[in-house]
Write a protein that binds this ligand. Structure first.
Ligand SMILES: [Zn+2]
Ligand SMILES: [Zn+2]
Length: 826
């Protein structure tokens, strides 16, 4: 027995140095004739793109980073050893609020704190042994990167997909910036800081994601994503079918469009309600006795959360506008209201209210004594949301089933020019301007003569200037950099002012995966032929918290760039895997709870291999897992056992490639079977992300090696243990390399992924009990599909049965299928 100990502190740096020195994980782009001229079908590609979502560099990496990169690295290694050229890059999503808020507090330039954090991430990724192609590293705050973010913005601007308009925007009073809808939680609080969000009217930049709503929805069918993520995207897009109907306000001569999913209930519309954010609300009430009340109501309700406003339980409030609109189906004048239960985000920000058939409208009508007219029969109670024949409508429709009436009424509206069938989406255009410093400058200037003018592409990047004061004041801190703001109009040369808003950081991260493919190209954002070789990403890995933000934006931008003929694919991520959280004592790790597990400390104590194996072993990686130090110790012991038995074998055997003995029997046969079983098991488990059961299979194999080490041949043991190292390599790359080198003398990552040998891959088996005259004499493994005669033959061939049959005459054999054979003798 070897006295030496498994020392990850020695083993791991040695392999990391080899990988770094030899640039083992770098993969060059194919160029010219080598590059594919047309996109390759996924199954035929010899290139694979394995990508984890890029980290946000703030402080040090946390345990969630260790998990996601351990998952991605296992897949990258597996794909490489299947013979593919694997792109596995790394970068940093380095613009954003935390670095800026840190600057506000400490005065440290975000560039410096970001650089320090990136250095810490780089150090730790190396110490974890993640197989990264460092030649493609990027950070979104570097001018060499954001130059192309600005270039993409200009392409969108030229195509009319980026535009400016005044809008009621969500404003975080604490962060002093505009937030996207997605950055406001269900209770109306800022996702970043928790402050209650307010509403303001400001000129803002938008990207036209709603133009892509239908394709974002239908193309979900073409990608291999988890169903729950697709469902979240579908719900966010929120497609509903119905009709757009025109209600006319005769007094001010304006048509208002309303989207309704229930045009069959139009005859039951008894009032009309607008959202407080509707731009016409104040104008409509101007000069009426309600003007003052409307103003007050609007100001009050804008600060409430959408959740509260939409809440069924909440008492309904509202104020009359002092005007009426004409119901287009019956010419009735119905009163107009402003009420906060109507949201600007839905439809057109105005609704027809049908109190007999809608709960909220009903509550409002009861509250304000408005008429309630039933137009669909059925049920006893009002409001009634079900189906039935129409009533109180029009002789043409009364008695008609409402589903049928629905399309009949839409046809009628269309003929009369009062409406048409329509599809509505919950998805809103993407608000991308931010009044913050630490972001990508928007590359446009404002000229007094020419208006808004894009910066010339040749003048990109528009560099972020240094400022002294990061304190937000309701306008971007960039506005204070007067020398920077003052510029010349690219069109006429007259004095002009730069845009001082910066872009939402989600713009930076919605195209970084394209840049990795061609990261050192300084003449273009990418070369299309290079992208053709790598894109789309074959396997994307990240947290489910990005299901609707990042993943929707990246899909949108890819489609937009495709339509501008800059890409020849429409979906960025062919397959997606979402990993679960790592908790401690059942709770999310946080400094305030004091339950943070630091990856650096764990790696220092037990090594990266044990940390990585453990985090993949404690449960299926898509599930949340709870960290346990005892569990970590158990995995560390397993790795020690693997190393020790390898060291013992290496002491008495010269390293050499081996497939085990030629015709093994007994213990050797058992171990050969176990090894090939493990090869099959780990291969299958890797393909379906079942890393926990894959690692468990290697543990079983190592246990069997210990159990059979006295009986088995040294070649068998060498084969079994080197196979264990080879199979464990994707999860524990240092130890896998070390053990494989000790026993085989080769680099494991240069070896093809092992294949199970049919001869040893027993089909399903069971243990057959062999009796002679009712007494158990032996047990043998037999195939589950063996017929009765095969079972009898196996029993008679069992060594201990043979010896008990000597000198006796067999009368007959009784077979209990799936269990035993009893040989009756005389
Ligand atoms: Zn905030
Ligand atoms: Zn000009």
């Amino acid at each position: 027995m070897s006295e030496r100990r498994y020392e990850p502190g020695t083993i791991e740096p040695r392999w990391q140095q080899i990988w770094e020195r030899e640039r083992t994980w770098e993969v060059p782009n194919r160029s010219g004739l080598d590059a594919p001229s047309i996109p390759q079908p996924a199954a035929e590609r010899e290139s694979a793109y394995v990508l984890e979502m890029l980290p946000y560099p703030s402080g040090e990496p946390h345990i969630g980073h260790l998990k996601v990169y351990s998952v991605g690295d296992a897949i990258a290694h597996y794909e490489r050893r299947l013979g593919r050229r694997v792109l596995h890059p790394m970068g940093y999503d380095s613009f954003g609020l935390p670095a800026e808020n840190h600057a506000i507090k400490t005065g440290e330039h975000p560039r410096d704190s970001t650089a320090a954090s990136i250095a810490s991430f780089q150090r730790q990724f190396r110490s974890w042994g993640i197989s990264i192609d460092w030649s493609r590293e990027l950070a979104t705050h570097e001018p060499a990167y954001y130059r192309w973010t600005q270039w993409i913005f200009l392409q969108l601007l030229r195509a009319g997909l980026a535009y400016r308009r005044e809008a009621a925007v969500k404003w975080c009073p604490n962060d002093q910036t505009v937030l996207a809808n997605e950055q406001v939680d269900a209770d109306g609080h800022c996702e970043r800081c928790g402050a209650l969000v307010e509403v303001r009217q400001l000129e803002q930049w938008f990207l036209s994601i709603t133009d892509y709503a239908e394709r974002l929805l239908s193309d979900l069918g073409s990608i291999e994503w988890p169903e729950h993520v697709k469902t979240m995207q579908r719900n966010w897009i929120g497609r509903s079918e119905g009709a757009e109907v025109t209600f006319r306000c005769e007094e001010i001569d304006v048509d208002y469009q309303v989207f309704t999913t229930r045009p069959d209930t139009l005859f039951g519309a008894t009032f009309f309600v607008m959202a407080p954010e509707h731009p016409d609300v104040v104008r409509l009430s101007a000069g009426t006795e309600h003007e003052q009340a409307v103003r007050e109501y609007v100001n009050r309700s804008l600060t409430e959360s959408n959740e509260d406003r939409g809440n069924l339980e909440k008492p309904k409030t509202g104020v009359p506008l002092g005007r009426t609109v004409t119901n287009p189906v019956n010419g009735e004048q119905i009163p107009m209201y402003v009420a906060d239960y109507v949201l600007m985000e839905y439809g057109t920000g105005a609704i027809m209210a049908v109190p007999a058939h809608d709960e909220r409208d009903h509550a409002f009508a009861v509250q304000y004594g408005l008429p309630i007219r039933r137009v669909v029969e059925g049920g006893d109670e009002l409001p009634y949301g079900g189906d039935g024949p129409l009533t109180n409508s029009h002789p043409d429709f009364d008695g008609m089933h409402n589903r049928q009436a629905l399309s009949a009424i839409v046809d009628w509206l269309q003929r009369e020019g009062k409406g048409h069938a329509s599809v509505n989406y919950r998805l809103r255009d993407w608000l991308v301007s931010r009044q913050r410093y630490w972001g990508c400058p928007i590359p446009v200037v404002y000229c007094e003569r020419c208006g808004m003018v894009p910066v010339d592409e040749a003048d990109l990047p528009v560099r972020l200037p240094d400022v002294d004061d990061y304190q937000p004041k309701g306008r971007s801190p960039l506005a204070a950099a007067e020398d920077w703001v003052r510029t010349k109009c690219p069109q006429c040369g007259a004095p002009a002012r730069r845009e001082t808003d910066t872009m939402d950081t989600f713009v930076d991260s919605s195209w970084y995966f394209l840049r990795y493919c061609d990261a050192s190209n300084d003449g273009a954002a990418w070369d299309p032929s290079v992208l053709r070789d790598w894109m789309p990403v074959d396997q994307y890995i990240g947290g489910v918290e990005h299901a609707i933000l990042h993943l929707m934006y990246a899909r949108f931008l890819t489609k937009a760039l495709h339509d501008l003929e800059l890409l020849d694919f429409e979906e960025p991520f062919r397959a997606l895997f979402t990993q679960g959280m790592v908790t401690k004592d059942g709770a999310k790790m946080s400094k305030s709870k004091g339950n943070v597990v630091s990856p650096a400390a764990i790696v220092e104590r037990v090594g990266a291999d044990a940390a990585r194996c453990y985090i993949l072993f404690i449960g299926p990686p898509d599930q949340d897992i709870d960290w346990s130090d005892e569990g970590l110790e158990g995995v560390y012991r397993f790795l020690s056992r693997l190393w020790r038995i390898a060291a013992d074998i290496a002491d008495i055997r010269t390293p050499a490639a081996t497939d085990g003995p030629e015709n093994p029997i007994d213990a050797d046969l058992e171990l050969m079977r176990k090894t090939h079983w493990a090869i099959e098991k780990v291969s299958g488990d890797l393909r379906r992300f079942a890393f926990n059961t894959a690692i468990a299979a290697v543990m079983e194999l190592v246990n069997d090696c210990y159990r059979l080490r006295e009986q088995a041949d040294i070649e068998t043991l060498a084969f079994a243990i080197s196979s264990a190292a080879s199979l464990l390599f994707p999860f524990a790359p240092h130890l896998g390399s070390e053990v494989y080198e000790m026993l085989v003398g080769e680099r494991v990552w240069e070896q093809p992924w092992p294949a199970g040998d049919e001869r040893y891959l027993a089909r399903e088996e069971f243990e057959l009990v062999c009796q002679v005259a009712g007494k158990v004499r032996d047990r043998v493994m037999v195939p589950s599909d063996a017929d009765e005669q095969a079972l009898i033959d196996a029993c008679l061939a069992a060594p201990n049965v043979k010896s008990h049959l000597e000198g006796r005459e067999i009368v007959r054999s009784i077979v209990v299928p799936g269990r035993l054979v009893n040989v009756v003798v005389r």
